[in-house]
Design a protein around this ligand. Structure first.
Ligand code: ZN
Length: 100
């Protein structure tokens, strides 16, 4: 097994992650993709659900901004900026409202 590959975060799963659940985050100086979880195809729904709970719970401090949760197709060796969003999965699994 390749130690550098990312695994699904569901306990007892251990399959390679194919999707990354993340939201854009920025403050006055930095912006990044804030990771909420990694999932294999089987567990995207479950990981999304947990991510949304944490997302809804999060209180940005002054100057911080957190975008809506998105589902990205995760590929080893690619950087955050290169990930493609998986719109089909987002429509199926995301329940958080899009940012206004
Ligand atoms: Zn899994």
């Amino acid at each position: 097994m390749d130690k550098t590959s990312v695994r699904c975060e569901i306990a007892d799963c251990g399959e390679p992650a194919t999707h990354k659940i993340a939201a854009h985050w920025n403050d006055a100086r930095f912006s990044e993709l804030k990771t909420y979880g990694f999932a294999c195809p089987e567990h995207v729904e479950e990981v999304c659900h947990k991510a949304e709970i944490r997302w809804l719970d999060y209180e940005p401090v002054a100057g911080e901004r957190v975008g809506a949760i998105s589902i990205y197709r995760y590929e080893v060796g690619k950087s955050d900026r290169e990930f493609m969003r998986d719109r089909e999965m987002e429509q199926s699994f995301l329940t958080c409202p899009p940012p206004s």
